[in-house]
Design a protein around this ligand. Structure first.
Ligand code: NAP
Length: 247
């Protein structure tokens, strides 16, 4: 197993990509802290499935953009599972609109959750990793953080920001046996992409050489590899999981 007995925190793991990552890390031997904003019923299902695999799991519900919540979350996880070895910054939202129609609050909300949330969690949990001299931070960015997308200036800016943060933290923490990498998923079938019109979906699929949407599991297997011992010399990288969309 790739991550036997490690403790992982996956933000936004009640559903979609985060859920698949939490399940795969558990399958690979990790105990998992499940975070969600509000969908506690879905989070409970993830917890039960992880426990059925013989791993420990805890749910910490709250907003990753709230520093008070992140402090409390760290205390709760430490008390129940011990220190966090693997942090996956996955929680994310969209508030899409063309720039002329994009409200300031839509810009702020996306920056808060997608970028500041990752910063707060990295700051909080890297302390434990520094002490342990072992850690993995994996930031879930997006292919559109690399190539851009009309109607998503806020989202693309936040996801591009995550790439800069990834590389900076990789340089800061690398000497302590902590790797920091980003995964840039392409067009993955989740509730987030289910909001898109069929026309937009057809248009986007034309840009994907694989000619299919990705699955949350396509992303999860790469994350579990990056979290493993075997990926210990991969640092500061951005791995696109996009069926060839961004090449
Ligand atoms: P999703 O299905 O919409 O799920 C989002 C998850 O994030 C949920 O668990 C949600 O919790 C949680 N969340 C939202 N706001 C939060 C907050 N403030 N604090 C804590 N948790 C919060 O999204 P997804 O498609 O799985 O995407 C997961 C990540 O991959 C996101 O960062 C997204 O930007 C990125 N991504 C997705 C795609 C794609 O095509 N789907 C492509 C590239 C990148 P609740 O269930 O409680 O609401």
């Amino acid at each position: 197993m790739r991550v036997n007995n490690k403790v992982a925190l996956v933000t936004g793991s009640s559903r979609g990509i985060g859920r698949a990552i939490a399940m795969e890390l558990a399958r690979q031997g990790a105990h998992v802290a499940i975070n969600c904003a509000s969908r506690i019923v879905e989070a409970e299902e993830v917890k039960q499935e992880i426990e059925a695999m013989g791993r420990r799991a805890v749910i910490v519900q709250g907003n990753v953009a709230d520093p008070g919540f992140v402090d409390g979350m760290a205390k709760e996880i430490t008390a129940s599972l011990g220190k966090v070895d693997i942090l996956v910054n996955n929680a994310g939202i969209t508030r899409d609109n063309l720039i002329l129609r994009m409200k300031e609050e839509d810009w702020d909300a996306v920056m808060q959750v997608n970028l500041k949330g990752a910063f707060l969690c990295a700051k909080k949990f890297s302390r434990q990793m520094l002490k342990a001299r072992w850690g993995r931070i994996i930031n879930i960015s997006s292919v559109v953080g690399i190539i851009g997308n009309p109607g998503q200036a806020n989202y693309c800016a936040a996801k591009a920001g995550l790439l800069g943060m990834t590389k900076s933290l990789a340089r800061e923490l690398g000497s302590r046996n902590i790797t920091v990498n980003a995964v840039a998923p392409g067009f993955i079938a989740t509730e987030m992409t289910a909001q898109l019109s069929q026309e937009k979906e057809r248009e986007m699929l034309k840009q994907v050489p694989a000619n299919r949407l990705g699955t949350p599991e396509d992303v999860a297997s790469i994350v579990s590899f990056l979290a493993s011992e075997g990926a210990g010399y991969i640092n500061g990288q951005v791995l696109a999981v996009d069926g060839g969309m961004s090449m």
